[in-house]
Design a protein. Structure first.
Length: 123
């Protein structure tokens, strides 16, 4: 049997340990992982390419640094988002919903004018 080639990437579709071809879901999950990792890599590249002095030493590859842990979270958020798009559950999707609500509240608090004291100037 000939090789199966994934379109449009041109990657060969390999068999799993049972000698079967991966299911569509397994393929999509793998691609979703690759996309999320690629997006974080591109983010890292763009940040370092800016060559900003205050970002000297920025390292998302070494887990001892907070930005690395943040990048890990971002990669998993992107992955969970892609899975949600095809109706596959991920354990952090509920956390994402809660975070969305929290961020919308913060945004609203920043855009809503605070109660100002009334102008009692009668002159």
């Amino acid at each position: 049997m000939g090789k199966l080639i994934q379109f449009p990437t041109g990657k060969e579709i390999t068999t799993n340990k049972d000698g079967e071809h991966p299911t569509v879901v397994e393929t999509i999950i793998g691609e979703s992982m690759e996309i999320s990792q690629h997006m974080v890599s591109m983010m890292e590249y763009e940040i370092l390419d800016m060559d900003l002095g205050w970002l000297e030493g920025f390292d998302i590859r070494d887990e001892q640094y907070c930005e690395s842990r943040d990048a890990f979270v971002i990669a998993n958020l992107v992955y969970a988002m892609l899975l949600r798009y095809i109706d596959l559950p991920h354990s952090i999707q509920k956390d994402m919903d809660k975070l969305y609500i929290k961020l919308k509240k913060l945004q609203q608090a920043q855009t809503t004018p605070k109660d100002e004291e009334p102008d009692n100037d009668t002159t």
